[in-house]
Every structure is written in C-alpha cells, then in structure tokens.
Design a binder for this molecule. Sequence first.
Ligand SMILES: *Cc1c(COP(=O)(O)O)cnc(C)c1O
Length: 356
Amino acid sequence: MNRNEERWMKNVREVTPYVPGEQPQKSKMIKLNTNENPYPPCPGVRDILDHVNAADFRLYPDPDAKALVQALARYHGVSEESVFVGVGSDDVLSMAFLTFFASDQPVLFPDITYSFYPVWAKVYQIPYRCPKLDENFQIVTEDYCQDEKIGGIVLANPNAPTSRSMPVKEIQKILEAHPEVVVIVDEAYVDFGGETALPLVDQYSNLLVVRTYSKSRSMAGIRIGYAIGNPKLMDCLRGVKESVNSYTMNQLSIPLGVASLEDEDYFQKQVRTIVETREKAKEELTNRGFQVLDSHTNFLFVKHEKKCAEEIFHELRQRDIFVRFFKKERISDYLRITVGTDEEMLTLYRALDEIL
Ligand SMILES: *Cc1c(COP(=O)(O)O)cnc(C)c1O
C-alpha cells in the first residue's frame, strides 16, 4: 500500500470474501465441484423462455414478485405473508443475517459448515462462535441448548460440505432452548433426503427455513431462493430488504420460478434419479478405498484410505474432472464430489482407477 492508499484505507470496510467453487469455462468437462444439478429444469421452464418479449424488459419487475410468492405459498401450504423471496438463498441468508442478528451476543453455527456464514458475520460485524461438530461430523445438539446469552443460530440441514443431516426433533430442542433469538435452518439440500423443519414454523415464531432453486430445481443460473417463517419475521426481513434493493427478483426469474413448481412429477423423478446415482456412487467409491459418509444431499464427502485428497483433486483436474477440495482444518483429507449423471460418474470411476 502506498502512502495515499494508507490514508483512506483506515476508513474503508475491508473483508475477505467467500470463495465459491471455480466455474471453469470449458466445453468438455465433468463438473462435480459446486453441487449443481446435472439435469435441465422442467420443460415448463423452457416454454416460458420461448415466449419472452424483450420489449417488456424496459419495465421494472414486480417489486413484491407476487406471482412467485403466491406459487410458493400454495406449494408449501402456507400463507403468502410467510414467504420471502430473494436472488438465490445466498441473498435470502445475507438479508436474514442483517435483519435477525442485531444483538452484540455471538451467533452460533458449526465449525464445519457453509463457509459463507462467517463471511456474512464479518461483513455485517456480527460476533459469532463455532461449536465443533463431533468426530463423525454430526452437530452436537447440546452445544446449541446451553443456558447462555447468544445472538442467534444458523444450521444447514443437511449440512455442507459434510452431507450429514440431523433429525428435526433435535432442531426442536434448540428452538425450545432459545426462544429469544432467531434460528435459521438452511435447507439447500433437503429434497435429497433430509427432514424438513417446515412443519415447525407454525409452532415456533423464531424459526426461519431457507430454501433454494439452485440444487434440486436445477436453476442455479437463474438465482432464486426463499424463506418461510412467521409473518412477523417476514415483515422484518422485507423491511430490511426494501431498504437495500426494491427489485431483487428480475422479470424472468418470477415466471420461471413459478413454472418449476408446476411440474411436481418431473421434480420428483429427477430427485429420485440423483438419489439412486448417489447410492450407487457410494458403493463404487467404497470399492475404490474411499470412506464415504452417509449423504442426504446431492454430493458425497469422501476420504481415501491411502492417497491424499489434494493429490486426487489435482489429478482429476488434469483430466478436466472438477471436484471440491477444502484446504481447511479437520477436512483437508476429504473431497466433496457432486452427484452427476450416471455417465459422468462412470468417467469419474475410470479416472480414479487410473489415479489410485
Ligand atoms: C448452495 C448453497 C446455498 C446457496 O445457494 P444459492 O441459492 O445458489 O445462493 C446456500 N446454503 C448452502 C448450504 C448451500 O450449499
């Protein structure tokens, strides 16, 4: 830093950002590194695009994204006042951190979880503490039920990158222990076999459940996420959101998000396919010397008995097969592998047979 930069830098907010998995722009690659869905969204999504009139783009979108909010309310059997939508669940979670974690007590989330949580805490200057997952990478419920002053709780269930899930009755214990703070449950992967906390929303007014279109709905590129919770919570969330950006949901994302909800058969079938491929992959990887954690997500968290994760990661990368490696305490022996198509997984196994 030169002298002039030093003068103004002390008045600037400087944060270390979240680092998303790489998005290599290659035509021929196997991309198993950011938990995207290998299948396209339902045909109804395609149909909407066939009827887009670019002239409509001159107008602002509906600031309330009402059509999408209504469709989500209907889909989940909740009131419209209980639904909040955003630009992917990252946007929803970021707004929720800003809205609900306004105390000077620490917010709790596990030491190993979605690595965006500490980044939002830092950028919004929210104190936080990270209870350790146990040696099987499970959340220890008691750590979140202590009689202590805290500012809130965030849990991903199923958790990433561990792929493990916790029973909702454990979350209920946490809600009982801490009625004085908001508890956020990030259900990005719940459709692949987790247990949803949504039925608890009526009973616990401090519970916020967050969902995304990016994984099970194959629409990461369109950026839709949402939250469901008590209407009072949602009022607060909307108050903050409307103080930051009125028009979060763009004109196309609204009908595309509605269309995805209208084809339940397609959705269920595709999720089932991924779960089947995942279970097959678990077997194939186990046969190749990997220890594979039980997964309720669209990815597997694996550790090889002999070869180190970073080496496997690089050797796969040389073959244009991208998986995720985290150079972090406690998990640097592991790889996170997204479940792709059956064909992609076969290519992965063949590559592993060469490497190992
Ligand atoms: C992928 C993911 C998200 C973010 O999803 P977007 O809706 O694409 O922003 C949030 N939480 C977890 C745990 C995730 O894995």
